[in-house]
Design a protein around this ligand. Structure first.
Ligand code: SF4
Length: 264
């Protein structure tokens, strides 16, 4: 994602004065919530870090992992919606908690925050919550999550896919910036279900690097990916600007989410 995907009101809406979460320009969800910000991973293309450093009045601790109780308490919309939990932080932020125990008190105590986030999802059953992580330590999978909450893995570059975490543990995969070779390499894990871990089919979201736009794949490869996912009955969502640049209008959602929201 890029800064371009955020409206100014959404960015300012991260502040203390607004009581409601804001609509988002991110095209696969309706709202972003962001009760926390910051991450100590050092991805060079990180849009969230750029935003946090650009708006110090909204993110007073820069990009250090920080939990904001007032933002946590913001009210959610009435209409059943897809809510992206963490466009400004990593849901597990485990590396910071584990390897930087001396961080100041505003630092996210990960487990506690995850408990709070799950609690909010439980109390707002009409919505569907989606969170992403690049730091999936196996420990976190032991925390029971609500039915209206999916956790996805950010599958980016091969060099960042160090742990080679088992993708079968995740509810969805977000490949952005897309490395099509890596995605094909790991497609088997996405396609083959492991019923004792995940009952439902997964979902794949792909997008290119933005700001500046970098697309290192072509239409043919994307259509091949689509065909393989289709055979496995796994929906694909292609984000803009990749969708427009390659002229592939594919914006599918999982049935589980649509049924939950009573959308078609
Ligand atoms: S894991 Fe996500 S939030 Fe953390 S630095 Fe990388 S892109 Fe940014």
């Amino acid at each position: 994602m890029s800064i371009n995907e955020y409206s100014l009101s959404e960015l300012i809406g991260g502040g203390r004065r607004r009581a409601k979460i804001q609509k988002t320009k991110i095209d696969w969800c309706d709202y972003t919530w962001n009760c926390a910000s910051g991450c100590l991973n050092n991805c060079p293309y990180c849009y969230a870090r750029k935003i946090a450093l650009r708006f110090p009045s909204v993110y007073p601790n820069g990009f250090e992992p920080t939990f904001y109780p007032a933002r946590y308490s913001k009210s959610l919309p009435k209409k059943p919606s897809i809510i992206f939990v963490n466009s400004m932080f990593d849901i597990f932020t485990d590396s910071s908690y584990k390897y930087y125990p001396d961080l100041p008190p505003h630092t996210i105590a990960t487990q506690h925050v995850i408990g709070l986030i799950f609690d909010k999802a439980k109390k707002n059953k009409q919505h569907f919550f989606l969170a992403l992580s690049k730091l999936p330590f196996p420990y976190w999978f032991n925390i029971p999550k609500p039915k209206n909450f999916w956790i996805g893995y950010s599958l980016t570059k091969e060099s960042e896919d160090i742990d080679r975490t088992d993708l079968r543990k995740f509810d969805f995969i977000s490949a952005e910036p897309l490395d099509i070779d890596l995605l094909f390499k790991r497609l088997k894990e996405i396609i083959k279900p492991r019923p004792n871990i995940v009952q439902h089919k997964r979902w794949v979201i792909i997008g290119c690097q933005t700001n500046p736009i970098v697309i290192d794949t072509d239409r043919k490869a994307i259509l091949k990916l689509y065909e393989q996912l289709k055979k496995a009955d796994i929906p694909l969502f292609i984000k803009n600007p990749l969708r427009e640049k390659l002229d592939v209008d594919i914006t599918e959602y999982p049935r589980e989410i649509l049924n939950h929201l009573k959308r078609r």
